[in-house]
Design a protein around this ligand. Sequence first.
Ligand SMILES: NC(=O)c1ccc[n+]([C@@H]2O[C@H](COP(=O)([O-])OP(=O)(O)OC[C@H]3O[C@@H](n4cnc5c(N)ncnc54)[C@H](OP(=O)(O)O)[C@@H]3O)[C@@H](O)[C@H]2O)c1
Length: 379
Amino acid sequence: MTAPVGDLEYGWLARARDLALRARGRTGPNPMVGAVVVRDGRVVGEGWHEGAGTLHAEPVALRAAGDAARGATLVCTLEPCSHHGRTPPCAEAVIAAGVARVVVGCLDPLERGRGQGVRVLAAAGIEVAVAGGEEAEACRALNAPFLTWALTGRPLVTLKLATSLDGRVATATGETRWISGPAARALVHRWRADSDAVAVGIGTALADDPMLTARDLEGPVRQPARVVFDSLARLPLTSALVRSAGQVPLVVLVGEAAPADRVAALAAAGAQVVAAPGPGGRVGVDAGLDALGAREVQSLFLEGGPGLAAAFLAARAVDRVEWVVAPVIIGGDAAPGAVGGPGLGPLAEVPRLAGATVTRVGEDVLVSGRLRPPPDAGG
Ligand SMILES: NC(=O)c1ccc[n+]([C@@H]2O[C@H](COP(=O)([O-])OP(=O)(O)OC[C@H]3O[C@@H](n4cnc5c(N)ncnc54)[C@H](OP(=O)(O)O)[C@@H]3O)[C@@H](O)[C@H]2O)c1
């Protein structure tokens, strides 16, 4: 049993969430966490986690508070850890600081089966309160990729596509650049920077020769790993992806029929070639996601094309959709639509976005929504 969370404490939780966001896109494979130490109704220490290998948010905030932490309330967006990872357990630091009460925004699934942060704190005589309602949901949303990965071992998948008004992703002659406008393209770079990995199918890699890096952004940027679903290891050694493999990680997922010499050549050129066999000799969506999850990829930004988008949608492996619709009409029977394959079933069963929002981005329209409910870590 945990204590209720007070109204003022919900306000401090919101502040802790803002702090957590200061390291947005840079904490993977760790979650974004913020913490606030409050004493006699006044904030006496604040902190956030800057990324793997650096101090967690709680000890940063406790250090900032110093002696004032004794008898104070610690408000943190995520359950404090109770295990030795890259840094010592936060629960120990919280106990040592003499904190009287801890307010937690959401529970950490990785704590189940370990010491369980909340239990360790309670056993040390600290009053623990776990948030509910909208603030708890907001704390879970902050770390949806981390929670998805912790609960399933796979990354949270966001499918992004950019189409004409008539749903095409290329002209009949194969032209693709650019359907969306500069504002939407800038947004894509932000999304890439916020993701652990960006993926395309080999069709897109061959047609567009993309870099898939995050560019032209302000502030520190952590480049996502680039992933290509390439059953037969056809990715050319001369491609922009392979040529930049020394600077930004490149993962080539291959099927069981990938020729050994092609695999060896890609590996020699610096790509990480990973077998992820699926049905029909192709890379399996599930096998690919398992392989990426095993590499601590918690968020996958899937940029198509139509073949891979269809496979992910058919496998019900897409969590979120970011769909840019540009005010152009391409036409032509041979111009590819955004989602290929045989179709996604009878109309009553096709994927339908939940909680869809519509935003104007420059001249384009962005439709965002969920295809799977957000992860529920309990609490
Ligand atoms: N506007 C947009 O948002 C957008 C985004 C991306 C691409 N595009 C355009 O789309 C076109 C390329 O279309 P595409 O459909 O060929 O590209 P794609 O979806 O990027 O690649 C499809 C290929 O991925 C490989 N693949 C590996 N595992 C797979 C699996 N489980 N299921 C399905 N495919 C798998 C297959 O080749 P193997 O079997 O050989 O592995 C397949 O042919 C280009 O013109 C590109 O510019 C547009």
